[in-house]
Design a protein around this ligand. Structure first.
Ligand code: GLU
Length: 417
């Protein structure tokens, strides 16, 4: 079993015990409802045909249509996607969204392909999925390696292969589209901003002046870069960023706008303002106030948990801390704001996009961000209060709250037949 799915299941089992979740619900949720794997051929620029493997895991839909991102990455595999799909079920339930949970992906490296190959891969994948997605059934969104452009192609392919009479009301088949083609303002920054909104609530509770604090961020993609921008606007200092090239460290604070431009042009931290990069270990052992892992899962294991020198870790990524590391961090008094809470800003604003698509409406950016703030801070306080009441970690409290919601719906609806 892949580590991520096992890690998620371990916390799920614990939470079910603490929350007294019935055996039937436990049995239903411990595996996804549907596991779809498609192999589809795509013509490369050279004329050669290549076969790609794509996944869509639909974990649960008791609360509403399946919802969750598509990842394009060489590490994509069935168990990883199963773990991520289960996290989506919990994330949507915790945020009180009328959505279930799903995740998908295609196993390949986007860096190896031209723009036109990316377009054909995306379109063929959507075609291969056929009616397994839809605005009232399963609604994909961006994740690692996918973007608003990917979503635009997906929507366009889906609409073009649907009957022309209903075409105009199907835009909500994917969220995270660019604003011009039916996306929402505020979606691009939603996940990163949401992470920082949670940190701001934590800071208020701990009398912590963020403008005096130092931050380190792993990953400078969609989540990490927007989190950095919001921190910058609050006057906080980001002193280190880590990616696959190494660790950029600038003790007086990294200029965020310049780094964003650099990453957009060069694709990595290499050669930024003539700085030598440090190692991955240097990043995880760096003394700072807050760490934001915003890259892949399983980045913080026992070793990293022992060397960490921060007060708080806010999980921008899904599943960055494994079970053993979680226990070590708790023992060492390092606080954690868990993924299904900290990074829920993305799917919350996806929900707003879906609502706007249903009513052909366009909301102002400040309205979207205000509603995001209300929703995520409310979830933060529910999790915080529950963790105190039950004397459990914030992660377990978040799982418990999410599972209780689902349990109540199953109990009131009953189970067919
Ligand atoms: N991929 C994002 C996540 O892991 C967003 C999902 C969505 O917007 O549906 O939460």
């Amino acid at each position: 079993m892949d580590k991520l799915f096992k890690n998620v299941i371990n916390i799920f089992n614990e939470a079910c015990k603490t929350a007294d979740i019935g055996k039937t619900i436990h049995t239903i949720l411990k595996q996804p409802k549907n596991e779809l794997i498609v192999n589809f051929p795509v013509r490369m620029d050279s004329g050669e045909m290549k076969l790609f493997k794509g996944y869509r895991i639909q974990h649960n839909n008791i609360l509403g249509p399946y919802k969750g991102g598509f990842r394009f990455h060489p590490q994509v595999n069935l168990d990883e996607v199963k773990g991520l799909a289960m996290l989506m079920t919990l994330k949507c339930s915790l945020a009180d969204l009328p959505f279930g949970g799903a995740k998908g992906g295609v196993k390949f490296n986007p860096k190896d392909h031209s723009e036109s190959e990316m377009e054909r891969i995306t379109r063929r994948f959507v075609h291969a999925l056929g009616n397994n997605i839809g605005p009232n059934f399963d609604i994909p969104a961006p994740d690692m390696g996918t973007s608003a452009q990917t979503m635009n192609w997906m929507m366009d392919t889906y609409l073009n292969t649907s009957g022309s009479l209903e075409r105009q009301c199907l835009k909500g088949v994917v969220t995270g589209k660019s604003v011009k083609v039916g996306g929402t303002k505020g979606r691009a920054q939603a996940t990163g901003y949401g992470v920082v909104m949670c940190i701001e609530e934590w800071a208020k509770q701990h009398n912590y002046d963020l403008s005096q604090k130092t931050f380190i961020i792993q990953g400078f993609g969609k989540v990490g870069s927007w989190a950095a921008k919001r921190l910058d606007s609050l006057g906080a200092k980001v002193i280190a960023v880590n990616d696959c090239a190494g660790t950029l460290y600038m003790k007086d604070g990294i200029p965020i706008r310049q780094l964003t431009e650099h990453i957009q042009n060069k694709g990595s931290l290499e050669d930024f303002m003539g700085q030598e990069l440090l190692s991955r270990e240097d990043f995880f052992s760096m003394k700072a106030d807050v760490m934001i892992p915003a890259a892949l899962e399983n980045q913080i294991g026992e070793e990293e948990a022992r060397m960490a020198q921060v007060e708080l870790i806010a999980e921008g990524a899904n599943g960055p801390i494994n079970n053993k590391a979680d226990a070590i961090l708790e023992e060492r008094g390092i606080a954690v704001i868990p993924d299904i809470l900290a990074n829920s800003g993305g799917v919350i604003v996806s929900y707003f996009e879906w609502l706007q698509n249903r009513s052909n409406d366009y909301w102002h950016e400040h309205h979207v961000l205000e509603k995001l703030h209300d929703k995520i801070t409310q979830a933060y306080h529910i999790v915080h209060d529950l963790s105190i009441e039950l004397n459990v970690s914030k992660r377990e409290a978040a799982y418990i709250r999410a599972l209780k919601n689902i349990d109540e719906v199953y109990t009131e609806r009953g189970i067919f037949p």
